[in-house]
Write a new protein. Structure first.
Length: 197
């Protein structure tokens, strides 16, 4: 079933003019950044690219998506419900989920919104650090109609150096609406500890 779904996803992408670049990381557990994020099309495209590469990513969704009658479907395709009214311990809960599951790829779009933001949300960084898992750089480039997953790296705790690595990787990746792409930057890079959003 996995190979069939991968072949089908590659066929759909090819039919749409998209090219899959590279291979899936060999690690069993990691946080997968999904960037840039400027349109609602990014999510289905990233899911297609993940399936094409043999990755079955888990994703976070508003808890109301998981209510009957279609909640079972959201869970079936990797959804993890999040109640945004009570976000307090989300980083800790996600880090614990990594400890409990031998295979987990958690996709997190750090921009958090399709609109331009001046800072990325830092949740992906804190979850990876808390769980002791690497970060993989998932990407879409609408200018070349290519996408894939870049190299893994383990966050060092040196926030500026880690973000410089991400900036270098995403420098030539363009969303569908480039004017809505904000800088690859966390609020905490200026010396303060990054907020756990």
């Amino acid at each position: 079933m996995g190979r069939l779904m991968a072949a089908f996803s590659r066929w759909v992408l090819r039919l749409s003019g998209w090219q899959v670049v590279g291979d899936a990381p060999q690690a069993q557990r990691y946080v997968l950044i999904a960037a840039p994020h400027t349109t609602n099309w990014d999510f289905p495209l990233m899911m297609l690219f993940g399936t094409a590469l043999g990755i079955r990513p888990a994703w976070l969704g508003k808890h109301t998506l998981f209510k009957p009658p279609f909640g079972w479907l959201a869970r079936r395709v990797g959804g993890i419900p999040v109640d945004r009214r009570a976000p307090g311990q989300l980083v800790e809960q996600l880090a614990a989920r990594f400890e409990q599951q031998p295979r987990l790829v958690l996709v997190m779009p750090p921009e958090g919104s399709r609109g331009r933001r001046e800072h990325w949300k830092s949740g992906f960084y804190h979850v990876a650090r808390g769980a002791g898992v690497p970060i993989a750089m998932g990407w879409l480039d609408y200018s070349r109609k290519q996408g894939g997953v870049g190299p893994l790296f383990t966050p060092s705790g040196d926030l500026r150096a880690d973000m410089d690595r991400l900036r270098a990787f995403y420098a030539d990746k363009q969303g569908l609406y480039p004017e809505q792409q904000g800088p690859v930057r966390l609020a905490g890079e200026d010396g303060a500890a990054p907020s756990r959003e």
